[in-house]
Design a protein. Structure first.
Length: 495
């Protein structure tokens, strides 16, 4: 449920925009756009069976956008036409890349056009120049195999089915961040269609104001049809060591002590991930871990010794690579979740700037007791992503809209359910856990990574108070009509 807090966060101007009645029927939209778009484009009602077959499906069903028309442009000029048409006729629309955006602000979008970028799938890797140029709908899993095959790497996220453009527009954090920073730090230029339908090449030299906003708050300003990135020679000849481990509930405490021992001395090649959920066989909330190390097995085993010394119940070691590591990480949990469609869940997140062992033990004990008493909450899962900060901090904060480069742990609380009636309960539980975790976050206010947000946190939390004035000013220049204000939006007015 997008509540009063998030409605306030949207700002008055946007609420007015959201309430504009749509004067034009879906059938008319289909008719008009079919007449305008080039051969190879597709425009259908969402009730047409070909919508389900040909258009990008969404990962999340909870508070997701409600489309009445699918428009899948073939060329950049078609994207321009859809945007101009929608803008002129006041029909809301949403660009869709990988369909993995899940913030509940998206639920505000109704009677809309799904502007599906599914035809923008080109991948061009230049091994001499160390660059990669991709179309606006290419997914992470589409490039990792090709990069690995030519001995290159790029800071991908954990989930192969996520769209690279969408991921980059919010920053893009993953296990290679310790070496190369966010995906957005590796962007060299982007082709952007603005709300007026103009095509801009945006880079450090061309539209430098938009260049700042594009990298961290980019979905607020236009539709990206292609992106060019810097890529890197593969570390350790492309071999990645993934160590999965399963810990008993009784080690709640010791594992967080071990995590804490890495703060301030975290090797840039190592990522520490946990999925923490009820394991009835093990008798409680039990953490499973993945240690992803961009280096050889012997080194990896030495580096993660503080965890292995705790005597996990089970350990498995994989020699992996860029194309495969996310399939084996966390006992294949990430790949499994990422490949699902239309799931119901209540997502919450917060950034941790320290590992407060006492607070974490309290939270997990509380979760243990609560889940034991309430079957409806059993799908609650906590995720821990402790990436080294070195790569992120190698870029100054002022370089882009990507906020909070000093995060120690990206903490997510996801309440999964197969029964949508349970969602409000999981939503409430997620809020309670977030509030408890916030007490040990190391910051007085809630700070969140925009891509993991629930939608109720507000722009200060997603973008930081320091960056908001500049982002609001950009909104007034590049999206004065709030056409791109559905995904954790930057308000053009307000504080
Ligand atoms: C299972 C899962 C795992 C994830 N793991 C990570 C992770 O490891 N690291 C991380 O940083 N994030 C991660 N994310 C978050 C992910 O980066 C965001 O959800 C991102 O928005 C997904 O982009 P998309 O194109 O797949 O989604 P979409 O829903 O298609 O797009 C999300 C938003 O971006 C906009 N958008 C997408 N493409 C374009 C484009 N070409 N031009 C303009 N706007 C565009 C859309 O309009 C929408 O507002 C994960 C998400 C999921 C569901």
């Amino acid at each position: 449920m997008v509540n009063l807090r998030s409605a306030l966060a949207l700002g008055l101007a946007q609420l007015c925009h959201l309430r504009v009645a749509q004067a034009i029927s879906p059938q008319r939209i289909v008719h008009d756009l079919q007449a305008q778009l080039s051969v190879g484009s597709e425009v259908v009602l969402t009730s047409n069976p070909s919508f389900e077959e040909d258009f990008t499906s969404r990962f999340s069903a909870s508070h997701s956008p409600k489309f009445v028309v699918g428009a899948k442009p073939k060329k950049v000029s078609d994207v321009q036409k859809v945007i101009r048409y929608a803008s002129k006729n006041k029909v809301p629309f949403l660009a869709t890349g990988g369909g993995h955006g899940y913030t509940w602000t998206l639920g505000e979008l109704e009677n809309a056009i799904q502007l599906d970028l599914g035809h923008f799938q080109t991948i061009d890797i230049n091994t001499d120049a160390n660059t990669m140029t991709i179309g606006g709908a290419v997914r992470i899993g589409n490039v990792t195999e090709q990069l690995h095959a030519v001995g290159k790497e790029f800071p991908v996220g954990m989930c192969p089915t996520v769209g690279i453009s969408g991921y980059t527009l919010g920053g893009g954090v993953g296990p290679l961040g310790g070496m190369y920073g966010a995906a957005s730090d590796n962007l060299l230029s982007a082709e952007v269609v603005t709300g007026s339908g103009e095509v801009l090449t945006v880079s450090a030299k061309s539209h430098p104001d938009l260049w700042y906003g594009l990298r961290g708050a980019g979905f607020n300003y236009g539709v990206v049809t292609s992106m060019k990135y810097r890529i890197h020679p593969a570390t350790n000849n492309g071999e990645i060591t993934v160590i999965n481990a399963m810990f008993p509930a009784a080690l709640n405490g010791s594992v967080w002590e071990a995590c804490n021992s890495f703060v301030g001395r975290h090797p840039k090649e190592l990522s520490i991930l946990f999925a923490i959920r009820l394991n009835e066989t093990l008798g409680g909330i039990s953490p499973i871990a993945s240690f992803i190390y961009f280096g050889p097995r012997d080194e990896a085993l030495k580096v993660v010794k503080p965890f292995l010394d705790l005597n996990p119940l089970h350990v498995e070691i994989h020699q992996s690579n860029l194309a495969e590591f996310s399939n084996v990480a966390l006992y294949a949990d990430v790949a499994d979740i990422g490949s699902r469609k239309a799931i119901d869940f209540a997502p919450f997140t917060l950034n941790l700037y320290k590992v407060d062992v006492k607070n974490l033990v309290n939270v997990i004990n509380f979760m243990n007791t609560t889940l034991a008493e309430n079957d409806d909450l059993k799908g609650a899962t906590l995720s821990w992503a402790q990436y080294p900060t070195e790569g992120f901090l190698s870029y100054p904060s002022r370089s882009s809209a990507f906020a909070y480069r000093d995060v120690i742990v990206y903490f997510s609380i996801d309440g999964f359910t197969e029964d949508v009636a349970k969602l409000p309960l999981l939503d409430d539980f997620g809020k309670v856990l977030r509030d408890m975790l916030q007490l040990g976050s190391g910051r007085p206010q809630l700070e969140t990574y925009v891509h993991f947000g629930h939608g109720d946190e507000g722009p200060r939390s997603w973008y930081s108070a320091a960056k908001l004035p500049r982002l609001r000013a950009l909104k007034r220049v590049y999206d004065p009509r709030n056409l791109f204000s559905w995904y954790n939006p930057v308000p053009s007015v307000g504080h």
